[in-house]
Design a protein around this ligand. Structure first.
Ligand code: G4P
Length: 528
């Protein structure tokens, strides 16, 4: 196969959803279709099989299993699908944000009884920022749920994305009968507790077909009316608008019952984009370029503290990644080669000789990588669009064991490079501050510092709610601002200045009063 055909045969995507919407169940069904697993229950560690003493223990336990599920590759109809896992816990949503920088499209799962939930809102913002195409699966139609039109309206209103139903549900809950697929022009019948088979699918090209009445009885006419209504309200599927991230094709189904999943997957491999170009500070790198380029989007620490090495996950952007070939680590200006690069197929890891654009390669790292780092065959590229997002909780680090200061600094730096939290240095006194999106990370940091680095610390709260990266074309004006607001200035891991806001209103005031300064709640990977 040529590089072009390898690229055309790949789809790399991530699932975004609010916890409990059914992401794990759907993932499992997708893997079953791909033949990557044989039995249901293989992906999900049963929640109640081990006593969980706290949320934090749960996080550690998930960290243990999440290496296995970080990337799940499988084949479906000769297409290699790379499904990148996204952590479910909201305190770890920054991990999810970053994983989304390595995908070419996303699948949004929505619980039909709950509609759009908070976590989905945040995640879709990231997709919108990057114009990522999004498909939607409205799950749990076998339960009593909300009116489908109301759900679609809510998606459009809350997520600012147009929708295009690809199928339409026939009733719901106990009386759920199945869906009519606009896309495939067929009726797919739902039989509770029955496997969906060939007899569940009936080709219906015209809604006047009397078989509809025979199959659906009293539900036939309401379906006809609804479809007429829906066809008038929503535009027909527009591939280009989907690829631009403007329209989301919507499917209805039930992951638990494996209903609607095959249709989703069949459509996904048809319409979802193959590996796309990736912007760098000088040009967009196209996947078909012969020379290898890739970037690190995730670093996973070994759960065993005796083995400090980590796995860096690299998304192949162009060319072919080859085992044992020398590659340039652009930020360090050093050459590296990897003798045991791993690929991830379902839950199996295996050493690979080569990988293609869209693939994810795991390499052992002894502390050389940071998120966003580029590896190339020699060209000095820096990939853009791998942002840090403003934390919302800030605390100052108090060292409890001065004899272990070095270990504390090393541990905090490494954990922050791994992406557990963001590290800032206060401008006035160079003290270390940690910023996170959720409170749980502080527990994780304390625990891991003690267990992996032998250092101990506590945290004192700081009265800030947002960190904004500040920049200006007028360097004198920026210097003035930094001088005048010195108590609220800190520097990130890349030494970029950050303004710490105490309230939303004070931030708005500063923005109004300092029009030449750009305040940004995200920072792109800087070119250091
Ligand atoms: P998540 O990864 O998004 O957090 O969700 P997960 O798949 O774990 O699903 C959350 C709960 O919703 C699970 O029930 C799961 O069985 C259920 N579920 C998923 N899809 C459907 C569906 O189509 N219909 C119905 N009725 N339920 C669905 P649980 O009781 O929390 O866990 P479990 O004991 O079943 O594993």
């Amino acid at each position: 196969m040529t590089l072009e055909t390898e690229i055309a045969a790949r789809r790399t995507f991530g699932i975004i959803s609010h916890p409990d919407a059914g992401k794990t169940t759907l993932t499992e069904k997708l893997l079953l279709f791909g033949g990557a697993i044989q039995v249901a229950g293989a992906v999900k560690a049963k929640r109640d099989t081990r006593p969980v003493t706290s949320d934090f223990m749960e996080i550690e336990r998930q960290r243990g299993i999440s290496v296995a599920t970080s990337v799940m590759g499988f084949y479906y109809n000769q297409i290699k699908i790379n499904l990148l896992d996204t952590p479910g816990h909201q305190d770890f949503c920054e991990d999810t944000f970053r994983t989304l920088t390595a995908v070419d499209s996303a699948l949004m799962v929505i619980d039909a009884s709950k509609g759009v939930e908070s976590q989905t809102l945040k995640l879709i913002d990231v997709c919108r920022m990057r114009h990522t195409p999004v498909m939607t699966f409205i799950n749990k139609m076998d339960r009593e749920c909300r009116d489908p039109i109301e759900l679609l309206d809510e998606i459009e209103a809350k997520l600012s994305i147009k929708v295009c139903p690809m199928s339409w549900p026939i009733s719901m809950g106990k009386t759920f009968k199945g869906v009519y697929s606009f896309y495939e022009k067929q009726l797919i019948l739902f039989k509770p507790h029955h496997k969906q088979d060939a007899s569940s699918i009936v080709k219906i090209t015209h809604l006047s077909d009397p078989r509809l009445d025979a199959l659906l009885g009293l539900d036939a006419n309401p379906l006809r009316e609804q479809i007429e209504l829906v066809s008038g309200v929503y535009p027909s599927f527009d591939q280009e608008a989907y690829l631009k991230g403007e329209v989301s094709p919507v499917f209805f189904g039930s992951a638990l019952n494996n209903f609607g999943v095959r249709e989703l997957l069949d459509c996904f491999i048809q319409i979802a984009p193959p590996p796309q170009g990736r912007p760098t500070h000088i040009r967009t790198v196209q996947p078909s370029e012969p020379k290898f380029t890739g970037f690190v989007f995730k670093i996973h620490a070994n759960i065993d503290p005796k083995h400090r090495n980590r796995i860096a996950f690299i998304r192949v952007c162009s060319g072919i990644f080859k085992r044992n070939e020398w590659l340039t680590h652009v930020r360090l200006g050093k050459k590296f080669r990897f003798s045991n690069p791993t690929a991830f197929m379902a839950q199996d890891k295996s050493i690979i000789d080569d990988a293609y654009p869209g693939d994810i390669v795991g390499v052992h790292d002894t502390g050389n990588f940071k998120i966003g780092d580029a590896l190339t065959e020699g060209e000095l590229l820096i990939f853009k669009g791998i942002p840090h997002f403003s934390p919302e909780i800030f605390r100052i680090v108090i060292n409890l064991n001065p004899l272990k200061t070095k270990q504390l600094h090393k541990g905090i730096h490494q954990l922050c490079e791994e992406g557990v939290a963001q590290l800032f240095t206060r401008g006035t006194d160079s003290r270390l501050m940690i910023g996170t999106v959720g409170a749980l990370q502080f527990e994780v940091i304390q625990y891991r510092l003690e267990n992996e680095y032998g250092a101990s610390c506590r945290f004192e709260p700081l009265n800030f709610v947002k960190a904004c990266w500040i920049s200006s074309d007028d360097s004198l004006d920026l210097d003035r601002f930094i001088r005048e607001r010195s108590g609220q200035i800190a520097y990130d891991l890349h030494q970029l200045p950050v303004y710490l806001a105490e309230t939303k209103w004070s931030l708005e005031r500063e923005m109004r009063e300092n029009p030449d300064i750009v305040f940004s709640v995200t920072s792109d990977t800087p070119s250091d």
